[in-house]
Design a protein around this ligand. Structure first.
Ligand SMILES: Cc1cc2nc3c(=O)[nH]c(=O)nc-3n(C[C@H](O)[C@H](O)[C@H](O)COP(=O)(O)OP(=O)(O)OC[C@H]3O[C@@H](n4cnc5c(N)ncnc54)[C@H](O)[C@@H]3O)c2cc1C
Length: 448
């Protein structure tokens, strides 16, 4: 390995995984073939902004290629909204570009943070609060350029190198380096959104609000109190929004306003503080729905206001659990998951519940399926946390659901493979020069 490769630790966003890697930091795309040659026998993996929670973005003892500096916009057509950008361009960069064009264009799909690269958004085929109408990020990728480990560059799209396109969208970085992509932005009336928050008391009410909002509301999500029990299981605040035209100036796109400089002591988050916070938060929400025009940044990215909020869980970090349960059994299985969590008395301040629609992604390994997705954090308390997460896996698997690789750092190979029976087709399309800690744990070669 030459000077391009430094030996350094890289952390997962959940901070429960940190491994030493050989890290390459190319400043220009033409350095990539040399890096790939110099990797020797070591497998490589691309890294974006490191917002994946577990080990899917890590490659212990092997090579990570930091793609952040490859961040040039190659072209943008303001008449069609087609953007051609290098993989290191971030969603925040794209939003800033949208603001320059009077807010006529917007990301077609965005996750709950704008600090994600284009390459990372494609490799995890991210979803957002508009999944019920827009599908996944991959539904809006027109084409991408992929460098394989032998240095070959292929253009992949729904019509060209189709199998590789489908494997790369949601392919967790295992099919090669995404160099750039052409995506279709969506036309919007403006960058302000009309937002309505509705407090509700039961899981059935959550589903009723979801059904009421499918038409007319582009974005829906519920923040739920994961410690509520019995009748109150699944209670929370249902939030729905849509873009509106506004004569106000374009809203600012914010960097974090405060940052956690150090890890908080583990004691800061315990059952009592969490229960008190959740009860207060739900009670503060007015009984009468509140509807107002808000800047998109605060509505879509509330967590971006706190820099390094992942330090909230202390030195041992945390796990995020995100699963999807198919529509057929979503009510019972979601209730079972929430009961298991509230009985354990752990979980995050607030958890997120959302239904996915039936728009299929081109991604072979994409996470969403029609049904309900639940996402929440668990402070890493060691064996007891892992045991609880395994119980949640059992409920998810029995329901025919699956977990999201971008959030995972511990699922068993058997549970992962049961959720993604197509994984063997995918494995055939992986570039032999690529691997990740996650894939060595759950893919071929892992004990199923
Ligand atoms: C606060 C927060 C909220 C989130 N909300 C959501 C959400 O609502 N929906 C959702 O779907 N996800 C969500 N996520 C997860 C996040 O969107 C994904 O993990 C995303 O992939 C992270 O992108 P990244 O640039 O940080 O990539 P990394 O985490 O660095 O890498 C992610 C994967 O992409 C691969 N990759 C990165 N760049 C390239 C490239 N150029 N070529 C090939 N492969 C590449 C990596 O190998 C890795 O497998 C959230 C994360 C956070 C922290």
């Amino acid at each position: 390995m030459d000077a391009l490769h430094q030996r350094k630790d890289a952390l997962s966003w959940g901070r429960a995984h940190h491994f030493t890697h050989h890290i390459a930091q190319p400043a220009f795309a033409d350095e990539l073939p040399t890096i790939l040659k110099e990797r020797g026998a070591r497998p490589v993996l691309a890294r974006g902004l490191g917002r994946s929670y577990g080990d899917s973005g890590l490659n212990a003892d092997n090579v990570l290629i930091d793609m952040r500096a490859l961040d040039h916009v190659r072209g943008f057509n303001p008449d069609t909204g087609v953007l051609d950008a290098e993989a290191g361009v971030t969603l925040k960069d794209i939003l800033e570009l949208c603001a320059q064009y009077e807010g006529r264009w917007f990301l077609p799909v965005t996750p709950g943070t704008k600090f994600v690269t284009l390459g990372g958004a494609i490799a995890n085929d991210v979803h957002g609060k508009n999944h019920h109408g827009a599908g996944c990020f991959g539904n809006h990728v027109l084409s991408l350029r992929l460098m394989r480990s032998d240095g070959t560059v292929l253009t992949c799209s729904p019509d060209e190198n189709t199998a590789l396109f489908r494997a790369t969208v949601g392919g967790m970085g295992l099919t090669g380096l995404i160099l750039s992509a052409r995506i279709a932005l969506k036309s919007v009336p403006g960058l302000w959104v009309e937002n309505e928050d509705i407090r509700y008391d039961t899981l059935d009410e959550f589903y009723a609000l979801t059904n009421d909002s499918l038409e007319g509301w582009e974005y829906t999500v519920a923040w739920i109190d994961c410690l509520a029990r019995g009748q109150a299981t699944g209670r929370g605040i249902f939030s729905r929004s849509r873009h509106i035209a506004s004569s106000r100036p374009a809203p600012p796109i914010r960097d974090p306003r405060i940052a956690l400089p150090v890890n908080l002591p583990n004691i800061a988050l315990n059952k009592i503080t969490m229960a008190a916070f959740n009860a207060l938060y739900i009670r503060r929400a007015r009984r009468k729905p509140t509807r107002k025009a808000v800047p998109f940044d605060g509505a879509f990215y509330p967590l971006d206001a706190i820099g390094q909020f992942n330090r909230l869980y202390g030195r041992r970090g945390f796990y995020q659990y995100q699963c999807v349960i198919p529509t057929r059994v979503e009510r019972d299985a979601t209730r079972a998951l929430l009961s298991e969590i509230s009985q354990a008395g752990v979980g995050s301040f607030l958890a997120v519940l959302k239904t996915f629609g039936d728009k299929l992604s081109p991604g072979l390994m994409s996470f969403p399926m029609p049904g309900t997705t639940l996402a929440l954090d668990f402070a890493n308390a060691g064996a007891s946390t892992l045991a609880l997460l395994s119980r949640l896996d059992a409920i998810t698997r029995a329901a025919g659901g699956r977990i999201y690789a971008a959030k995972d750092g511990r699922v068993s190979a058997a549970d992962f493979q049961a959720g993604y029976p197509q994984w063997t087709d995918f494995a055939r399309l992986i570039d032999p020069g690529f691997s990740s800690s996650f894939w060595r744990r759950v893919g071929a070669g892992a004990a199923a």
